[in-house]
Design a protein around this ligand. Structure first.
Ligand SMILES: [Zn+2]
Length: 397
C-alpha cells in the first residue's frame, strides 16, 4: 500500500492504526517498508520508478515500485533515493551525540575520521545502530621521529615509528584497539629545513602489515615530492591533492605554463590509476589557502579524466570548513570536472571504500539501509535539505 508521508511515518513510529488490516505494531521503528522514486544506487545508472526494499535495517533489494505488494511504500512525487552521504575525511566531533547532531541530522550517515588522538577511539567506535553517523577511524597518524604531524599539531596526533619493526608493531597495536584504517604522511612542510620523512623500508613495513590485517593506508601528501615515495610504500589512498613541489630543494610549480600537471606528476597520477589508489582531494580546505587555483583543480581534473577514483572529504574543521552536508566540496569537485553522477559516486561508493565500509555507500541487497530521499535531482542544492534521512532503517528525519 502506498501511504502519505504522514501516514507512513506515523506507521513506522508504531503509534497508529492506519490502513485496513494493518496494525502499527507490525511495523516497528526499524520495520519492513519500501521507498520509491528514482533510485540512484551510488554507482551505475539511475533507476526511475523503482523501490528500495528495507527490512530490519538492511536493504533487501531494488525492484520496480509497482511490484511491491507486501509492505507500506513511501513514494512522494519527484524524489530521488540515494545512499547516505559519507564525508571520508574529517576530524573531531568524536562522540556519538556529536556525530548525530553535526553529521547524521544533515544527511551525512557515515564519516571517515582521518586521524585523532588515541583517547578519542572509544567515542568514535561507539555507534548504537540507527542513532548516529558511523565512524571509520585511523587513530593517531604514524610518523617518523620529528615528522609531520608533530611539528604543527599536538603530540597526541602522532605515533612515532622509527624502524620497520616499530612501524609494523604500531599497526598491530592500532588494529588491536579497533582502528579501521591506518594513516601516514609524506609531508616535508614549507619550511626551509624539510621535516623528516619516513625511510622507504619503514613506510613499506607499515603498509605491508596494514594490508596483512585488511586495513587500507591513507597517506597525507600535499607536496608532490611525497607522492612517489607514498606509492612506492604501497598506500591505498592519497589524502589531499599534491599542489606544491619542493624538488630536492628547488621550489617548482606542479603545473606546466599551460596549466597541465607536470609530466612527472602525470606519470604518478597514471600510476595511481593503474594501482587502484584513490585520491581524497579535500578541495574545500585548500581553496581557503593561498593555493586556491589551478594547482588544486587541474591535477584532480587530469586524474578524473584518466579514470582515477576520487572520494569526497572536506577536512573539517580545519580552516573553518563546516560540518553538515559537504555541499562546498561537492561544488568544488564539479568545478574540477566531475559530473553529477561522479560527484555522487565520490560521496558514496568511493568514500565508503576509502573508509573501509564494506556494508554501506551503495544501494544493493545486504547493505545497511543508510538512505537519503531528496527532492528532484540529487545535486548539492537538494542535498542541503533532504526530505528524509534513514540510518540503518531508522527514520532520522
Ligand atoms: Zn585531515
Amino acid at each position: 500500500m502506498t501511504l502519505s508521508r504522514r501516514e507512513f511515518l506515523t506507521l513506522l513510529g508504531g503509534t497508529a492504526l492506519l490502513a485496513p488490516g494493518v496494525h502499527a505494531s507490525a511495523f516497528p521503528l526499524r520495520g519492513t517498508y519500501a521507498l520509491a522514486g528514482v533510485v540512484h544506487p551510488g554507482r551505475g545508472a539511475p533507476m526511475p520508478g523503482h523501490a528500495v526494499l528495507v527490512r530490519a535495517g538492511r536493504i533487501e533489494g531494488v525492484v520496480p515500485a509497482k511490484t511491491v505488494a507486501d509492505r507500506p511504500i513511501l513514494a512522494p512525487e519527484n524524489v530521488s533515493i540515494l545512499p547516505g552521504v559519507i564525508n571520508a575525511h574529517c576530524h573531531t566531533l568524536h562522540s556519538a551525540r556529536e556525530r548525530r547532531e553535526r553529521w547524521l541530522l544533515c544527511g551525512v550517515t557515515s564519516i571517515g575520521d582521518a586521524a585523532s588522538p588515541l583517547d578519542a577511539l572509544p567515542a568514535l567506535l561507539d555507534s548504537p545502530p540507527g542513532t548516529t553517523a558511523t565512524a571509520s577511524t585511523c587513530g593517531p597518524m604514524l610518523c617518523p621521529p620529528g615528522g609531520y604531524p608533530l611539528p604543527i599539531h599536538s603530540p597526541k596526533h602522532g605515533m612515532v615509528a622509527a624502524t620497520p619493526r616499530q612501524g609494523a608493531d604500531a599497526v598491530k597495536r592500532l588494529a588491536d584497539l579497533g582502528v579501521t584504517r591506518i594513516k601516514i604522511a609524506f609531508e616535508p612542510g614549507v619550511m626551509p629545513e624539510p621535516w623528516p620523512l619516513f625511510d622507504p623500508a619503514t613506510a613499506a613495513a607499515i603498509c605491508d602489515e596494514a594490508h596483512r590485517l585488511g586495513l587500507g593506508v591513507r597517506c597525507h601528501v600535499e607536496d608532490l615530492s611525497g607522492l612517489g615515495p607514498a606509492l612506492d610504500a604501497g598506500v591505498s589512498v592519497i589524502e589531499h591533492v599534491p599542489h606544491r613541489w619542493n624538488d630536492r630543494g628547488r621550489i617548482r610549480s606542479v603545473l606546466t605554463p599551460d596549466d597541465a600537471p607536470a609530466p612527472y606528476y602525470l606519470g604518478l597520477l597514471e600510476r595511481m590509476v593503474r594501482d587502484g589508489v584513490t585520491m581524497t582531494p579535500t578541495l574545500d580546505v585548500f581553496t581557503r589557502t593561498p593555493w586556491n587555483g589551478p594547482a588544486l583543480f587541474e591535477p584532480v581534473r587530469a586524474f578524473h579524466a584518466m579514470g582515477g577514483r576520487i572520494a569526497l572529504g572536506n577536512d573539517f574543521p580545519y580552516r573553518r570548513t563546516e560540518a553538515g552536508m559537504p555541499v562546498r566540496e561537492m561544488r568544488l569537485l564539479a568545478r574540477a570536472g566531475l559530473d553529477k553522477a561522479a560527484v555522487l559516486e565520490a560521496a558514496t561508493v568511493s568514500a565508503a571504500e576509502v573508509c573501509g565500509f564494506t556494508d554501506r555507500g551503495v544501494i544493493a541487497p545486504g547493505m545497511a539501509a543508510d538512505l537519503l530521499m531528496v527532492r528532484g535531482e540529487p545535486g548539492p542544492d537538494a542535498l542541503k535539505d533532504p526530505l528524509h534521512i534513514v540510518k540503518e532503517g531508522v527514520f532520522i528525519r
